[in-house]
Design a protein around this ligand. Structure first.
Ligand code: ADP
Ligand code: MG
Length: 264
């Protein structure tokens, strides 16, 4: 007899979620989304512009409510937010220095100064920002500013990390370095991560699974398991298996991108 598999714990269970934005014209943003995200997994969401990726992420993080359907969360966070966010831009406070920015989450959670400073310094070092603790965001490059946002998200201690195109505004080289760093940080501290990206390569490099969405109204077209193991080296990008997967995903996504262009 085969043994029953251990029950998977889901950090997020999304059931029959619909989202309609009601205005002068109704926008059907999400249509019947069903998704289970295992605790500690790294999920990437890809899909054409306007298909509801950000909306889905915002619903997971309770920045937005579903019109119908349910999101069940299983995130143990006492006294801290269940989810930490990283957005493409404007993620850091310009009036705070790096240390203050990274310590902000724990500051809000009432963690004492010595402890939060110690944690912040740890994540600043892990994000490669040591020596810049006293610098202000405007004194740093775009890549460094995104590293502040990522360090802060980790330092907050939240069990879930929701990222909306966090590396989208960076140049190609900085982006590659940041992808590497992000994987390394996540491998150290297995949070449940959901990352929205435009880049199929990025989704394959970072994710355990890729959720591909269709053009509006956003539905889940396909969920792809990424076969590359962990710890993951960015060198997989040069392998024939990577190229084949990338092509397969693009073939499927292309129809959706074309459909989305017809709408706009
Ligand atoms: P994506 O992130 O995939 O580009 P979004 O989730 O931002 O897509 O948006 C999905 C659809 O919902 C788009 O058509 C967008 O215009 C619409 N939308 C998003 N937010 C709002 C809002 N607050 N009010 C009205 N429509 C919105
Ligand atoms: Mg978006």
């Amino acid at each position: 007899m085969t043994q029953a598999p251990p029950t998977a714990r889901y950090a997020f269970e999304v059931e029959s979620v619909h989202k309609v934005f009601a205005g002068s014209q109704k926008v059907f943003a999400l249509d019947d989304i069903n998704l289970k995200l295992t605790e500690g997994s790294f999920t990437c969401i890809v899909g054409p512009s306007g298909c509801g990726k950000s909306t889905l992420l915002r619903i997971l993080g309770e920045l937005e409510t579903a019109t119908s359907g349910t999101v069940t969360k299983n995130l143990s966070a006492e006294g801290i937010p269940e989810s930490a966010f990283v957005f493409q831009e404007h993620g850091v406070f310009p009036w705070f220095n790096v240390l203050q920015n990274v310590a902000f989450g724990e500051h809000m959670a009432g963690v004492g100064k010595r402890e939060r400073t110690e944690h912040a310094r740890h994540w600043i070092a892990e994000a490669g920002l040591s020596g810049f603790e006293e610098s202000y965001p405007h004194q740093l490059s775009g890549g460094m500013r995104q590293r502040i946002a990522i360090a802060r998200a980790f330092a907050t201690g939240s069990p879930a990390l929701l990222m909306d195109e966090p590396l989208g505004a960076l140049d190609a080289q900085t982006r590659m370095l940041m992808q590497e760093q992000l994987v390394r940080l996540w491998e150290m501290e297995r949070k449940t991560v959901v990352l929205v990206t435009h880049s199929i390569e990025e989704a394959l490099l970072l994710g355990d699974q890729i959720v591909m969405m269709s053009a509006r109204p956003g539905r889940i077209k396909e969920i792809i398991d990424v076969p590359f193991g962990r710890p993951r080296s960015m060198e997989i990008e040069g392998t024939p298996e990577f190229a084949a997967m990338k092509q397969g995903i693009w073939d499927s996504l292309r129809d959706e991108v074309q459909a989305s262009l017809r709408y706009s």
